[in-house]
Design a protein around this ligand. Structure first.
Ligand SMILES: [Fe+2]
Length: 208
């Protein structure tokens, strides 16, 4: 499948999203770039639509720039999904994305799908309930960045250099192991997530 969108539109999305993401959590812009990279790999082999998946990923985390997310930083890995700011960043992100896509005169039908995806992008059940392969690819590409060597630096940047040494990190490991089964639905993402989990030693205990 075509993993690319119109280059001028992509540049316009970058120009709009990057300054916003640089005001969000530390590392959000680099995270976004990695999700685009993973999405392109998925779109090579899966039948999603690049003109939904790629804009949704550029814009998905813009909401962090608009909120106070200290509760998210302070929560243990298993509690982060219950924080007020996690829900709020999706709501604000959907609002910001809608404004940007309107400014760029993105096709209204696609704009509304992208905004709906962003509004629930961190709620796997709600993403899957959309019954939309492109939405699934957005979640998969976003969550692949919880695995792989480059994700380690991202978490240290966001939560401090001792994050992986804290006892609560065990929760993070358990969530990622469960996530391998729960979050990745397409054959390509299943394969890629296991390769990336192996890179950070997540599968070691299974074999020992
Ligand atoms: Fe997010």
């Amino acid at each position: 499948m075509n993993a690319l969108i119109n280059p001028e539109m992509e540049q316009a999305l970058i120009d709009a999203a990057r300054p916003i993401l640089e005001k969000g959590r530390k590392g959000d812009w680099a995270h976004t770039c990695r999700t685009i990279e993973y999405a392109r790999a998925l779109l090579q082999d899966e039948a999603g639509e690049a003109d939904i998946v790629i804009p949704a990923l550029y814009l998905h985390d813009t909401g962090w720039s608009a909120i106070d997310y200290q509760d998210f930083i302070d929560a243990t890995p298993a509690r982060k999904k219950e924080t007020r700011s996690l829900g709020l960043h999706m709501k604000e992100g959907a609002r910001i994305a809608d404004g940007i896509l309107r400014d760029l005169r993105y096709a209204p039908a696609q704009r509304s799908r992208i905004v709906s995806i962003i509004a629930v992008h961190d709620e796997p059940e709600n993403i899957l309930a959309l019954n939309d392969l492109s939405a699934t690819l957005v979640m998969e590409a976003d969550r692949l960045d919880r695995y792989g060597r480059r994700s380690v630096k991202r978490y240290e940047d966001m939560f401090g250099p001792d994050y992986f040494k804290k006892a609560a990190w065990q929760e993070g490991l358990a969530m990622r192991r469960d996530g391998l089964k729960e979050w990745f639905k397409t054959p390509t993402a299943k394969l890629l997530s296991r390769e990336m989990a192996a890179q950070i030693g997540l599968l070691d205990e299974e074999t020992s």
